[in-house]
Each structure stands twice: as C-alpha cells, then as structure tokens.
Design a protein around this ligand. Structure first.
Ligand code: PLP
Length: 360
C-alpha cells in the first residue's frame, strides 16, 4: 500500500485513523454481520450512528438547543436554492457578499426566488480580498445576509463576522467547517458539504435556528423544505447513511485531537509554515491580501504559466498530488484541510525550496 499527500480541494484527504476505523468496520460493523452501507436506515444500529454523530457535532461546535442539525443530500449546490426558498419569507430581499465563484453561484441562484442584491463584491480584483462591510451595507429589511466564510477556489477567508444588526446571517462554511472556532449564535444558518473537511461526498450538514424553519412557500418541493427534515430527524427519506457514518468518525477524531480549538491551532501552524515559505521565496507569491488568506486553501503562483505547469507535473511525480489551481484561476493551490498530516506540509515545503533552487 502506498499513500500520497493529497492536496485536493474536494473530495479531499481524510484522517488515516478514520479510514482505518472504517476499514475495520467495513464488512462487519460492530458484530452485526453487515456493513453500514447495507443496513436499514430505520434500524436501531443506524439510529445510534446518526444520533451519536449529531451529539458529537453539537458538542464540538457548542450548538445551542434552539438550532437543528440536518444531514441532507444534494451537495452544497442544493443549498444555493434551499436557503432562499426557505428564508425569503419576509420582505423577499437578501443581500449577498460575493467573494468567489461559490458565492456568485449562490447569489445567481437566489435571484430566481426574490430581490437579491450584491452588498459587496471583490470580483473586480479577481477575488483577491474580502470586502470589509458593516451594517450600512445591508438593506435593513433584508431577510438575510449571505457570506462564504472560506473561498475554496481563490484561497481567501473572512477574518471577521459582518455586523448585520438584527438581520439573519447565513454562512456557507463548506471549505472551513470545523477548522476554526465559530460562535454558532452569530449565524441563523450554517451549512457545509462534507467532502472538504468532514468525510466523503454525499452529505451536506445544515445547522439552522428553529425560527427560520417552516416558512417555505406551499408549493416548495418536499425535499427542499427544511421543516420536513427537522421534523423527521433527517430521516424523511433514506439519508446518505455511509457518509453520515464517516462524518461521525471524523467528529470523534476531532474530539480526540483537542476539539475545534485544538484543530484550529494546528491548522494555523500549518498554514503559517506554508505562507512563510511563499513570502520568503523569490519565485512564489500569493495573490491574496495577507490578512484575508485562507488557512485551508493556499493559492500561489510563480508568475510564469509554463513554470506553474512544470511545478504541478514535478510535484505529482514526487507524490504531492492535486496541487494545480482551479481551472478558472491556474497557478497552484494546496488544500490543507484538517486531515492534512504535518509530513505533507513539510514535504511540500521541501519540494518548493528544491524547485526554486532548480528554476531560478
Ligand atoms: C465545494 C463547495 C461548494 C459546492 O459543493 P457541492 O457539494 O459540489 O455542490 C459550495 N461552496 C463552497 C465554499 C465549496 O467549497
């Protein structure tokens, strides 16, 4: 068996311990004679799995009792539609901060459902920074304000929580979920696709305050109404059982590693090492404003497209995989999610130094 260092933006690296645990349980889950993939979602065995996963997540994020935790399908992309469908229940207005492609997709999708404004955008500078906005940027009667806390493609991150006053704040945390401490009460709704920091693709986690549930229009397709999932404990229909099980294993792994605060500290150290290498290099540079840099997706370039290609090809040959930037951006991107081992960071840094020596 050989493992590479996988810098993929998603689906992405999972903790070795989690994979080994899943492997050990795969054929015969805890003596029940079948795998989690094969068991009824109505069985007590699976009920225990989903209940434990939810309890561990509540514990990790200190989710208050007046928030529901939902395990849904449809990926992050379905939330681009579900959020406006369910939350545009007052004025029908919502204000989006457009800080990358995912934010823009969410913004465009929401326009199908109401009066949607871009309160701020960094598109003109190719999303290399996060706009600093305060309460006056938002329409006072907006039903919600929408942000993407970490921009997976451009490698930027909100280093502040916008002050929205009484307006509900919604956050797409897909690519930095459980990677840093957030106060859930700052948000009305947080959602995240699993395949960046939590587990295999297939489950999307939604954390939503009770009062925001139950206002979808009458003709809302049943799966798209948060209420049905909240009322049925995410079991209205067959949930993505195996992905939920894997997410649960990851939650326990985070608990064993100092909780979210412990993981955050570790992520900060890893990101700092990598950004220091970039900043101290004469070859590489990071296009993102220093204070807005992501701790999860580290974007860098040489300034020469051919050299970037060479870097990606040679790093791959050295066992460092998926370092090519998003197809829309080019350059390089190292996604260093929670599960990236220190050895992966150190190997990448050594490779960058060697590459610089050879190509100056
Ligand atoms: C990956 C990603 C999405 C989209 O997720 P899908 O599950 O592919 O629909 C949305 N937002 C962010 C920030 C992402 O990183």
């Amino acid at each position: 068996m050989s493992r590479v260092f996988n810098f993929s933006a998603g689906p992405s690296v999972l903790p070795m311990e989690v994979l080994l645990e899943a492997q050990a349980d795969l054929i015969d889950y805890k003596g029940c004679g079948m795998s989690v993939m094969e068991m009824s979602h109505r069985s007590q065995m699976f009920q225990d799995i989903i209940d434990t996963a939810e309890a561990d997540l509540r514990d990790l994020m200190q989710i208050p009792d007046n928030y529901k935790v939902l395990f849904l399908q449809g990926g992050g992309t379905l939330q681009f539609s579900m959020v406006p469908l369910n939350l545009l229940s007052g004025s029908g207005k919502a204000d989006y901060i457009v800080t990358g492609q995912w934010a823009r997709k969410a913004y465009q999708e929401a326009k199908k459902f109401g009066d949607i404004a871009a309160a701020a955008s960094s598109e003109d500078s190719n999303f290399t920074f996060i706009p600093k906005v305060g309460r006056d940027a938002f329409r006072p009667d907006a039903d919600y304000v929408y942000i993407t806390t970490n921009n997976t493609i451009y490698g930027s991150r909100f280093n502040y929580i916008p002050d929205c006053g009484d307006i509900t704040l919604v956050a797409d945390q897909s690519s930095n979920f459980l990677s840093e401490v957030y106060n859930v009460e700052d948000f009305g709704l947080i959602w995240a696709g699993a395949q960046k920091n939590v587990g295999p693709a297939g489950v999307t986690i939604v954390i939503v305050r009770d009062d925001l549930i139950g206002h979808a229009p009458e003709n809302t397709p049943i799966y798209l109404d948060y209420k049905i999932h909240a009322d049925k404990g995410s079991m209205y229909n067959t949930p993505p059982c195996f992905s939920i099980y894997m997410a649960g294993l990851t939650f326990q792994w985070i608990k064993r590693n100092g909780g979210v605060a412990g993981i955050e500290q570790h992520n900060l150290e890893q990101a700092k090492k990598l950004y220091d290498t970039i900043d101290n290099s004469k070859l590489f540079s990071c296009p993102v404003e220093t204070e807005d840099r992501s701790r999860m997706n580290v974007v860098f370039v040489t300034g020469d497209k051919e050299l970037d290609k060479k870097f990606v090809a040679e790093s791959k040959a050295a066992g460092l995989l998926n370092l090519g930037g998003h197809r829309s951006v080019g350059g390089m991107r190292a996604s260093i999610y929670n599960a990236m081992p220190d050895e992966g960071i150190d190997t990448l840094i050594a490779f960058m130094k060697k590459f610089e020596m050879e190509n100056k």
